[in-house]
Design a protein. Sequence first.
Length: 250
Amino acid sequence: MTSVDVRRAGDRFRTTTGWLASHHSFSFGPHFDPANTGFGLLVASNDDVVAPATGFDTHPHRDLEIVTWVLRGSLVHADSEGNSGVIHPGLAQRLSAGTGILHSERNDSWRVTGEPVHDEPVHFVQMWVLPDEPGLTPGYAQRDIGTELASGGLVPVASGHPGQDAAIRINQRDATLHAARLRPGETVRLPAAPYTHLFVALGTADLEDMELYTGDAARIRDASGNRLTAGPGGAEVLAWEMHAGPAVAG
């Protein structure tokens, strides 16, 4: 039987510094709740706003599939494998940490020394998924899917499922991330899966009889194609379809 657990934006863990405003859907860093360490294969979903000319300096990751989705502004990525790129709205990006990788992520205004490119914050959602197995070779991929998003409906962003044609591949056969920029009143059906995690990144939406606002999430167990309808201002949503997961409470 389908069950839906709605988590409100204001109930998330929060990290605030002089340059970062971050909201964490799950336990993260110093914020720990043993009943909220992940959902399905998803172990992090951070809603970040980074000020101009700042960002995350070089830091390590290991044995994670990291997907970053920019909502506003642009983000510069660089890593120890020699990969680099500028991530902007509509561009799918994946970093496979595997045996270990170092990377940095900074607001795009940092690119030009001396004169900043712009003074706009960058707003993005970064999501971590467990890989199929530990010790994989690190990797990187990015692809612009703005045209697909403009056509409406759910667009497969990242997937490791053999039968799923997604923009980029991840090393997790049981997970697919979908994104949608829904027009006002547009309705889609969420993926049917043992675990479906819906995040309303922007705007408002109605999930069956439940109204969701910016920053709200719904953790759906045994989803069976739940109807999601965008509110009067439209919505941008991210939905993880997961067909496996550890025994994680919450």
